[in-house]
Design a protein around this ligand. Structure first.
Ligand code: CP
Length: 316
């Protein structure tokens, strides 16, 4: 089986078959990660450049680990210590790195569309690790993998994304991916943070958190991104917590077993209370674990390798 896509720039327009293939492959790689030597030689001889122009903890570590687990060579770029500070353009930076013979670029950038631009100027495979408020496809894939582990299928699953939808690349990629996979997707948050075209994407808007809690199988809670807001979109963090914060009391009142997800980093005590983030409803650390397997699968499938995952060819 091969992917139809050549790059992973976003989940908009990615087929159900491609998403299923990535998730199935990630499940196989998760088994590799549970072996005493959690490594396969699949991408031996290939080189990945990690270009992070924005801060990251989870995504950056997860990609670096995934690359090591599939035996790729890696080089890491950080904007704060590069010639970008001397005025070098994104295109020049990327073309110079590619001239050193790399095969993949994993990029996080504050500008929406930056990875799409690179895909037009480079020959390497481009993987979007988050572009501004646009998309974060591997985050949505690891979210879907985590949901599938608990619910077996995404078809008909009710997933409600809570928070700052307008500024969230995680929300956008979740919506595209989950709608394609047949889930019922909702969003909930202050009206000032919900983009207008939500219904056109097949998404239900829940203005009140109580209505979302009454229906959701899964709540994917977003971080309030104060750094991306150009103006105050709600009166105070305290008011946000009172209206939309996920507390243990709110969850317990429903009498339902709702799966709680968060892409991180968490504003504890704002969008999510600590006793929920660290408690029985939460699968937040499972999401992080699954991120490595998903990124191994994406690298493997986009790397053009077609060997079977199981068997001697992949033993470390
Ligand atoms: N979920 C996520 O993208 O986290 P980082 O910003 O730490 O990579």
């Amino acid at each position: 089986m091969q992917l139809e896509i050549r790059h992973l720039l976003g989940l908009e327009g990615v087929s159900r078959e491609d998403i299923t293939l990535i998730l199935d492959t990630a499940e196989s790689f998760k088994k590799v990660l549970e072996r005493p030597i959690p490594k396969v030689p699949t991408l031996r001889g290939k080189t990945v450049a990690n270009l992070f122009f924005e801060p990251s903890t989870r995504t950056r570590f997860s990609f670096e680990l995934a690359e090591k687990r599939v035996s790729a060579d890696t080089v890491n770029f950080s904007a704060s210590t590069s010639s970008v500070l001397k005025g070098e353009t994104l295109k020049d930076t990327a073309r110079n790195i590619e001239a050193m013979k790399i095969d993949f670029v994993v990029m996080r950038h504050s500008a929406p569309g930056a990875p799409h631009f690179l895909a037009r100027c480079l020959n390497s495979v481009i993987i979007n690790a988050g572009d501004g408020a646009h998309e974060h496809p591997t985050q949505a894939l690891l979210d879907m993998m985590t949901m599938r582990e608990q619910f077996t299928s995404l078809e008909g699953l009710k997933v409600i994304v809570v928070g700052d939808i307008e500024h969230s690349r995680v929300a956008r990629s979740n919506i595209y991916g989950l709608v394609t996979m047949g889930a019922h997707v909702g969003v909930c948050g202050p009206a000032t943070m919900i983009p207008r075209q939500m219904e056109d994407l097949g998404v239900t808007v829940y203005p009140a958190i109580e209505d979302a809690l009454a229906e959701a199988d899964v709540l994917n809670i977003l971080r309030i991104q104060l750094e991306r807001q150009k103006q105050a979109l709600f009166p105070s963090l305290r008011e946000y917590r009172n209206l939309f914060g996920i507390t243990l009391e709110r969850l317990d009142r429903t009498g339902r077993d709702i799966m709680i997800m968060h892409p991180g980093p968490i504003n504890r005590g704002v969008e999510l209370d600590s006793n929920v983030a660290d408690g029985d409803y939460s699968v937040i650390l499972d999401q992080v674990t699954n991120g490595v397997a998903v990124r191994m699968a994406v690298l493997y499938l986009l790397g053009g390798e077609r060997q079977k995952l199981e068997g001697d060819d992949h033993a470390a």
